[in-house]
Design a protein around this ligand. Structure first.
Ligand code: NAD
Length: 305
């Protein structure tokens, strides 16, 4: 089966995803790039195609338009403005919500029946808008959520303890933004809770580091993109490989009518289910805070309901 993936928005994030896809043995057979800047897309396609001689698998890569979405399995949206130094993700809401309506309706008009995967910030709000504008089932609309924050957390805990990040069982949950948090009561190194290894102050320091990672990177190099590129590949593989893998994507929370980062099971249907997390009272309050922030942001946008 020729698994076709479309990238809309071929800037730092879109192209880091494309390059990471090319460097991993995925089962993506066809990759189509769409951007307002058609010239850039042509250049990117040439550059990627020149990697094929040394790539682990063959991918058919070409520039495209919205008609190409018709028979795609996944449409990844990474179009729109990114944060300037000092800007929060929520500050992007007006710029990015405007372009999403035309992008999502154009994709749907093509006859697309696959899965939307959103990377644009403010992530949870843009994922919600994609769901609203598409009219798709909630399971078919996914945001990268706190997958990147979770990867950052695993790395930092692993570094501190000298353990491979893959053996750190931890999730960042909530908004992909300033109100995200780590439910430490659920974080394990191997089989043992993190509290056996690190003090409360050390955990707070790690949480701050995770939360502020994007700001620090943006201050130093203007944008963040490799990390999210890898997260998008991981999510793509979970979907195309029908993996039933748990990733903290932004998925639909029917109780609050929002999208938010929660460990969710992913397979070829999209989000199979969200995983219930046992939280302490303090963690429940933090989760509610994230819900309130996202809800308030959605209520502020002027979109056709
Ligand atoms: P960028 O400026 O490098 O690229 C954005 C691209 O979108 C540009 O090529 C632009 O031409 C294109 N674009 C704009 N409007 C478009 C439209 N209507 N149709 C098609 N293409 C359009 O930005 P970037 O650094 O790649 O960041 C993209 C988004 O990803 C930002 O919102 C950023 O905040 C977000 N981001 C998310 C995460 C995450 O964890 N989800 C991580 C990093 C960045």
């Amino acid at each position: 089966m020729n698994n076709k993936v479309i990238i809309i928005g071929c800037g730092n994030v879109g192209m880091s995803y494309a390059y990471a896809l090319l460097n991993q043995r995925t089962n993506v057979g066809e990759l189509v790039l769409i951007d307002l800047d058609r010239n850039r897309v042509e250049g990117e396609v040439m550059d990627l195609n020149h990697c094929l001689a040394f790539a682990p698998s063959k991918i058919d890569i070409k520039p495209g338009d919205y008609n190409d979405c018709k028979d795609a399995k996944i449409v990844v949206i990474a179009a729109g403005a990114n944060q300037n130094p000092g800007e929060t993700r929520m500050d992007l809401i007006n710029k990015n919500s405007k372009i999403f309506k035309s992008i999502v309706t154009s994709v749907v008009k093509s006859g697309f029946q696959g899965i939307f995967l959103v990377a644009t910030n403010p992530l949870d709000v843009m994922t919600y808008l994609t769901w609203k504008y598409s009219g798709f089932d909630t399971s078919k609309v996914i945001g990268s959520g706190t997958s990147l924050d979770t990867a950052r957390l695993k790395y930092l805990v692993g570094e501190k303890l000298g353990v491979n990040p893959k053996n750190i069982h931890a999730y960042v949950v909530g908004e992909h933004g300033d109100s995200e948090f780590v439910p430490w009561s659920n974080v394990n190194v191997g089989l043992q809770n993190i509290n056996s290894f690190l003090s409360k102050d050390e955990l707070t320091e790690i949480h701050e580091e995770v939360k502020n990672a994007a700001y620090k990177i943006i201050d130093r190099k203007g944008a963040t993109y490799y990390g999210i590129g890898m997260c998008l590949v991981r999510i793509t593989n979970a979907i195309l490989g029908d993996e039933d893998t748990i990733i903290t994507v932004s998925s639909y929370d029917s109780k609050n009518d929002i999208y938010m980062g929660i460990p969710s099971i992913l397979n070829k249907e999209g989000v199979k289910s969200r995983i219930y997390i046992e939280l302490t009272k303090e963690e429940e309050e933090k989760l509610q805070h994230s819900v309130d922030i996202i809800k308030e942001a959605i209520d502020r946008i002027d979109y056709d309901r």
